[in-house]
Ligand binder design. Structure first.
Ligand SMILES: C[S@@+](CC[C@H](N)C(=O)[O-])C[C@H]1O[C@@H](n2cnc3c(N)ncnc32)[C@H](O)[C@@H]1O
Length: 334
């Protein structure tokens, strides 16, 4: 690593805070209405003009805005991803990161104690927090395109019923149902999450609710009640410790029909747990907020083998933009 890279690393939070603050202020939405000088923008956002100009200049330097004479306008990336009305809006994820920022200040304490910096409750404690968490998951997956990518690549033609465990906003199942008209699906999740999921689905894909059931479910205490031809576990194992992941694999095995397909999508790490980079860093966020971390393919394979699955395969989604992988395994046919 060169010195300039080290220096940039040391102050990486500064650029993140500039972006998060701009989204929180509604700056990109205001500039979507019309380009503006710093003074005009400051007035519309109830900010101090000199300070707002400093933020706008930093956003130009980060290539999120463009500056012509003394007027600021959206750069293409901001128009596509940071304006509330955009199809690929990514703002809820930015605002979720903004909410997590205070927790990062407590990383040292978590590394010393090994304990999370907040209750590891998947943000179920308060409605506003659940809304932000689930909207963030939806924005991230839609903006990056994971669900569309998998719907094009996976062969789910023989799947009559798909169970999405911890399916959250249902972003994946919506794309699978779109691609496979004969498929039905169930999203199993906690009640607080499902309230938010229902609102998101009614707004974004009301047609999907005709073939998609939302069922209250806690994988810590319940068995999956209906046999499924395929089970998806996306971004769930990273919430949990090793023992829970092993038990979850066994629950999924029991709920699958013979020959059924089990898909685990997550940052699935190399054996040293150092790659992909995004996964190694994300494990620190998981330390702050969950009981889990990102696991290696070797660890995942051991849980699946113990549950009875045939040997899994691993497909890495192409980087960029993706940073995760899919491990797939079948329950042996009778
Ligand atoms: C990181 S989100 C992933 C959402 C979605 N699968 C995706 O990949 O975008 C984790 C999901 O697991 C759900 N969850 C957490 N604990 C759970 C539990 N005990 N039982 C069922 N779902 C749970 C959360 O509510 C949330 O929707």
């Amino acid at each position: 690593m060169e010195f300039h890279e080290l220096a940039a690393l040391s102050s990486g939070h500064v650029a993140a805070r500039a972006l998060q603050t701009a989204v929180k202020l509604g700056l990109f939405d205001k500039l979507a209405e019309a380009e503006a000088t710093a003074a005009a923008l400051a007035q519309r956002l109830s900010c101090e003009p000199r300070a707002l100009a400093l933020l706008a200049n930093a956003l130009v330097a980060l290539e999120l805005l463009e500056k012509r004479d003394d007027r600021y306008a959206l750069a293409p990336v901001a128009r596509r991803f940071l304006v509330g009305s955009a199809a690929d809006y990514f703002g809820a994820m930015v605002l979720f990161e903004e909410r997590l920022f205070a927790l990062w200040a407590r990383l040292e304490a978590s590394v010393r104690s090994g304990r999370p910096a907040r209750t590891a409750d998947s943000f179920q404690g308060e409605r506003g927090e659940t809304e932000l968490f689930i909207a963030a998951m939806d924005d991230l997956v839609r903006a990056r395109g994971d669900a569309r990518f998998l719907a094009e690549r996976l062969d789910l033609g023989a799947v009559g019923l798909l169970a999405d465990i911890g399916g959250g906003p249902g972003t994946y199942v919506v794309e699978f149902l779109r691609r496979w008209p004969g498929m039905r699906a169930v999203v199993y999740d906690l009640p607080g999450t499902l309230e938010v999921s229902r609102a998101i689905l009614k707004r974004n894909a009301p047609w999907a609710l005709e073939r998609l059931a939302l069922r209250e479910f806690d994988y810590h205490t319940q068995e999956i009640p209906e046999p499924a031809d395929a089970i998806l576990l996306s971004n769930v194992i990273h919430l949990e410790d090793e023992q829970t992941c092993a038990l979850l694999a066994q629950k999924c095995f029991r709920a699958l029909n013979p020959g059924g397909l089990f898909l685990i999508k997550d940052h699935i790490m190399n054996e040293a747990l150092t790659e992909p980079v995004a996964g190694a860093l994300f494990s620190l966020q998981l330390l702050l907020t969950t009981r889990g971390r990102d696991y290696s393919f070797k660890e995942v394979t051991a849980w699946l083998a113990r549950a009875g699955f045939a040997a899994p395969t691993l497909s890495r989604l192409p980087f960029p933009p993706f940073t995760s992988s899919v491990a797939s395994a079948r329950k042996p046919a009778d």
